[in-house]
Design a protein around this ligand. Structure first.
Ligand SMILES: [Zn+2]
Length: 415
């Protein structure tokens, strides 16, 4: 009967929807929430939650532990009404997101499981002469890892040092990466099947990761700034990045926030990163702005306490950093500002200079309670973690789970 078919479809859809919601909550909770807590948060009936957990476990998506992963064995979860409640955690044979943090001088590759469990697989300095050669090297290693993890791999996330528009690097740091389609170069089939390849700007992904698993967790409207050679970042609303019409928003380093009028490599003039990024720091101490800028910028910061020239350079760059942050806070009204890369290092080495610049440019009405500046807790794993979250965002949907090849549970009886 038609009516029954319709009802069955609705019930199957509802079940798929609830499976995805529950698994999302397990993932977001980092495998630390008990079944009872998850049931309450998702407003599920206890019997429904039991059936859903059994289904996810049967499909090798989760396993229920007696205490949260990473806690001492003696630390068992509290009992609810006299009965133990398990902790749904990532299944040891569950889905894997391969993540790549691509930089112009190195790359890191890692495998992420649900709940954010991470294993670093490769970390290499650039050996190839060209950027194209380095991408070829990454592609070979990715293919090897896909064969290693087999059909557990549900996608590849790539953090790139460039604004990304429609999957392409539109203004990369290396000239031969210009307009490269990341999925086209790093995707393709391994052992006869393809997986989605999702690319994002490294600073945007660092912010996404801080909102999901780091210092910006639970912040309603957050601004994240990642300072490396340049300055990138992202505005996050309820943990979701606001990336613009083409996915390339957040190029805060290319705004004239500190009042200079020098030409920038980007084609604009007076860009903030000329004063506040690694290039700004090196320029003031009279070092060339080419080569291993990050390493040398970190050396300047480390020497600042004992060497006057470095100390002055740091003070100037730190104040320029603060001035730009004040201007951005005036524009965006965030609840807190996350800082990663050199921004966190500069803030920790010269907090007074950053604060002085910040308060100087904040509008008066904001000064009594300025948004907190919060150094990253994920550090160099930020962009990598954010890349994995891109993959899990696509996977943790009814459609994504529907394609998961784990063994199907026997048909559950809901009556
Ligand atoms: Zn610029």
């Amino acid at each position: 009967m038609r009516k029954d078919e319709g009802a069955a479809t609705t019930s199957a859809e509802l079940r798929a929807h609830n499976l995805a919601r529950l698994l999302r909550a397990v993932h977001d909770g980092g495998g630390q929430l008990t079944r009872a807590e998850l049931t309450r948060r998702l407003s599920l009936a206890r019997g429904t939650a039991t059936v859903l957990v059994r289904d996810l476990a049967g499909r090798q998506l989760i396993e229920e532990l007696s205490s949260p992963a990473g806690t001492p064995d003696g630390h068992k979860v509290p009992r609810t009404r006299g009965r133990p409640t398990g902790v749904p955690s990532a299944h040891p044979l569950g889905p894997v997101a391969l993540a790549v943090d691509l930089r112009d001088d190195s790359f890191t590759m890692a495998a992420f499981e649900l709940t954010g469990r991470c294993t670093v697989l490769d970390r290499r300095e650039r050996e190839a002469v060209s950027g194209t050669g380095m991408l070829a090297d990454v592609a070979v290693r990715l293919e090897f890892r896909r064969r290693q993890f087999g059909d557990r791999v549900v996608g590849i996330g790539v953090a790139v040092p460039s604004p990304v528009s429609a999957g392409q690097m539109v203004q990369p740091t290396l000239p031969d990466w210009q307009d490269v389609d990341v999925a086209g170069v790093l995707g393709g089939e391994a052992d006869g099947y393809a997986v989605p390849v999702l690319a994002g700007n490294d600073a945007t992904l660092a912010g996404l990761a801080e909102a999901r698993r780091g210092v910006l967790r639970g912040v309603t409207v957050a601004l994240h700034l990642h300072v490396a050679t340049g300055i990138g970042g992202v505005l996050l609303a309820n943990g979701q990045p606001v990336t613009g019409a083409h996915g390339s928003a957040g190029e805060f380093g290319h705004m004239p926030l500190t009042g200079s009028s020098e030409p920038c490599r980007c084609g604009s003039v007076g860009c903030w990163e000329l004063d506040a990024g690694a290039r700004g720091l090196l320029r003031v101490v009279g070092q060339p702005e080419e080569g291993d800028r990050m390493v040398r910028a970190e050396q300047v910061i480390a020497a600042a306490a004992t060497e006057p020239g470095s100390g002055q350079a740091l003070a100037r760059a730190a104040q320029a950093l603060g001035r730009g942050i004040g201007a951005l806070v005036n524009a965006q009204d965030p609840e807190a500002v996350g800082l990663s890369g050199l921004a966190a290092e500069m803030y920790q080495a010269a907090p007074d200079a950053v604060q002085a610049g910040y308060l100087a440019t904040l509008m008066r009405f904001r000064r009594s309670g300025p948004p907190a500046l919060l150094p990253s807790t994920l550090g160099e794993f930020g962009a990598l973690t954010g890349a994995s979250e891109l993959v899990f965002d696509a996977f943790l949907t009814p459609r994504g789970l529907g394609a998961w090849p784990g063994p199907m549970a026997p048909e559950e009886k809901t009556a």
